[in-house]
Design a protein. Structure first.
Length: 365
């Protein structure tokens, strides 16, 4: 498997930990793609035997070491990143301790999918933080989904754990975890000519190599620990972080795709002056990813709203919209969502939608 040189360097720094204080951290965790194989004596069929059977990881409960493709018993596991993955059975977990900078914001990026039950959940914890990721919705019907989870480091060493809190009749049932990477994030600040933090979505989680389908930002992300710095992911479903390498992006190198209709919204809380009038500008378009049709993005700020229709021909076109709102308090929430659901023309199982970029709020003199 081809690994970018920068990832190798970051991986080296990650495992040695020596230069971390001064160095920016991005890349796989130790054996983050699970391609460093366990010793044959540490495996019973596919089940890993003991706490240290998988190099660089600590295991608990029934963890299987999986090769992608057809499985005995008729199941098929898609492994998008390399060949191997782990499967977390009933109440099983895998952990890794790593060196980080206290106070810094990080995002974990990982490939995860459910294997048998509809209601499988992956719990990610980096104490004292923890979050449950429902895997019920398959956003990409082919390669499995890639998610991000953000956390703020409380000390210079953190223990990252992926846990299956579920109990199914078949103890092997549970989420498949295919690759795990980390990236340090730098939360952007509002500027004099824009009150919005991270307005063009340029700061976001690591994209896995081979990950051509974007990174899902799970729902219920607080702005202080969001993997998309500054932004809150509200509601029930994910928003997708997409990059210029695989999608058409209006401005810069990344944007967000509103893939789950009204079930998912992206929001930010701005500092405003009550009774002052502001102008909100944003860009709506399509990512040139086979997502066609009549789209609509709804924007909300204080008591004002705007519906922006956009007819996607799947050519990577975009339009700029703006409206004025009057702040009613010292904090104003701006919110965006897609009015409709869309699926890709070439794959009706994959959710897609309008993209949002370049959000700007300035006060009107
Ligand atoms: Ca952008």
């Amino acid at each position: 498997m081809a690994v970018l040189p920068s990832l190798l360097i970051a991986f080296f720094l990650l495992v040695t930990g020596s230069a971390l204080d001064a160095t920016y951290l991005e890349g796989f965790l130790g054996n983050g793609n699970f391609e460093e194989q366990p010793k044959p004596s540490d495996l019973r069929k596919t089940v890993l035997k003991g706490k240290y059977a998988l190099p660089k990881w600590e295991l608990s409960g029934r963890v299987e070491y999986i090769s992608g493709g057809p499985q005995p018993g008729g199941m098929y596991f898609a492994v998008a990143h390399g060949i191997h993955a782990v499967r977390l059975g009933n109440e099983a977990s895998i952990s890794q301790t790593m060196t980080v900078k206290p106070g810094s914001l990080y995002a974990l990026t990982f490939g995860a999918s459910r294997t048998c039950a509809q209601d499988e959940v992956l719990r990610v914890s980096v104490p004292p933080q923890s979050g449950d990721l429902p895997l019920q919705t398959l956003y990409d019907s082919f390669g499995g989904d890639v998610y991000a989870y953000g956390f703020r480091a409380k000390s210079n060493s953190v223990k990252v754990t992926f846990h299956n809190p579920g109990v199914q009749e078949d103890p092997a049932c549970g989420p498949l975890l295919d690759a795990v990477a980390i990236k340090e994030l730098f939360p952007p600040r509002p500027t004099r000519d824009n009150l919005v933090k991270n307005p063009g979505f340029e700061e976001g989680p690591h994209r896995l190599v081979n990950s051509s389908n974007g990174v899902l930002l799970p729902p219920r992300q607080e702005d202080s620990t969001s993997p998309l710095p500054g932004w809150i992911i509200e509601s029930l479903k994910a928003v997708k972080f997409i990059d210029a390498k695989h999608f058409s992006i209006p401005y810069g190198l990344s944007a967000v795709e509103l893939v789950a209709g009204r079930e998912s919204a992206i929001a930010q809380i701005l500092r405003t002056i009550p009774n002052k009038v502001y102008n909100l500008t944003f860009v709506v378009g399509d990512a040139k990813n086979g997502c066609h049709g009549s789209m609509m993005v709804e924007a909300f700020a204080a008591k004002d709203t705007l519906k922006v229709p956009f007819k996607s021909q799947g050519r990577g076109q975009f339009t700029t919209a703006s409206f004025k709102f009057k702040a009613i308090s010292a904090r104003t929430r701006i919110t965006f969502f897609s009015s409709f659901y869309h699926t890709r023309n070439n794959d009706f199982g994959s959710l897609c939608g309008p993209i949002l970029d370049q959000v700007r709020v300035v006060s009107v003199a």
